[in-house]
Design a protein around this ligand. Structure first.
Ligand code: ADP
Length: 258
């Protein structure tokens, strides 16, 4: 395995590391929930890769994400906005409006035809438009987060969730379940409530098609479908949506190689 550069994305929920070859193709990746001591966690990631390929001494590492400044091993740090845009532009090969939905934040980035960032908006203050919104309810509904989307898509009707706050939405679900409302329509309503928050952010920036998606939450098929519904746009998703920030960081690191 030829490795020319490394990128790490320390997100609000997960840490992702990606290795690229000289051509910028993704050749290795690793993902874990964020640990309390990020620097030690990065050492563990590097040791895992080192055990596979030998010395990493000359291979540049760039860090991004919420906790990027905690990565002492990195040669540089870059913003999440620039890394997500860079990663998605390389993977999909064109610009557009990128929606990234992570565990505790969401962003909208307008990417120009040559990959330049034209505009962006970010929400890291409110859990409602993020993965946290679904995670809170997953436990309550006893459905794993990774299965929520598939279950929601089996719904034949949809129950509107009126609370925009994560905490109140959870109370609303408890009360709906107590009234005997089925899980599927509630789940579909939850997905729509999350997407409506993100769609409002898209409108505030202005949607320039095509619509591109990244972040762990867009692995959920119901989220992808409801985004397409709410925006009226076809959605384009890279093969590894959760790794786009780390890939962008690795591509910046590639520029530091040699
Ligand atoms: P961050 O960069 O903010 O740490 P990520 O982009 O890694 O966030 O996304 C984490 C979120 O993605 C979590 O809320 C998690 O529940 C969700 N997620 C991860 N994998 C899946 C999956 N297979 N299906 C649905 N949601 C997922």
């Amino acid at each position: 395995m030829e490795i020319a550069a490394l990128g790490i994305d320390v997100g609000s929920t997960t840490v992702k590391m990606v290795a690229v070859n000289r051509a910028g193709a993704l050749v290795w990746d690793y993902l874990e929930p964020v640990a309390p001591r990020v620097s030690r966690q990065v050492d563990d990631f590097l040791a895992k890769l080192g055990a596979k390929i030998g010395s990493l001494a000359e291979i540049p590492l760039v860090a991004t994400g919420y906790g990027r400044n905690l990565v002492q091993q990195a040669r540089q740090s870059k913003t999440e906005i620039s890394c997500h845009a860079h990663g998605v532009f390389q993977e999909l090969g064109h610009g557009g409006t990128l929606i990234d939905i992570g565990g505790q934040d969401s962003k909208v980035i307008v990417i120009g035809a040559r990959g330049r960032i034209l505009d962006f908006a970010m929400n890291d203050k409110c859990a409602a438009g993020t993965g946290r919104f679904l995670e809170n309810s997953a436990a309550r509904m006893q459905i794993p987060v990774a299965e929520m989307g598939a279950v929601a898509l089996t719904a034949t009707e949809e129950f509107t969730i009126t609370s925009t706050c994560t905490v109140f939405a959870e109370s609303e679900i408890i009360s709906l379940l107590a009234q005997g409302v089925a899980v599927e329509p509630i789940l579909m309503g939850l997905h729509r409530a999350l997407v409506k928050r993100v769609a409002a952010m898209v409108r505030s920036v202005g949607l320039v098609p095509p619509l591109l998606l990244s972040g762990g939450v867009v692995k959920n098929p119901a989220i992808r479908k409801v985004i397409a519904d709410e925006t009226g746009e076809e959605v384009f998703v890279p093969t590894h949506p959760q790794l786009m920030g780390a890939l962008g960081a690795a591509l910046f690191a590639l520029k530091l190689a040699d």
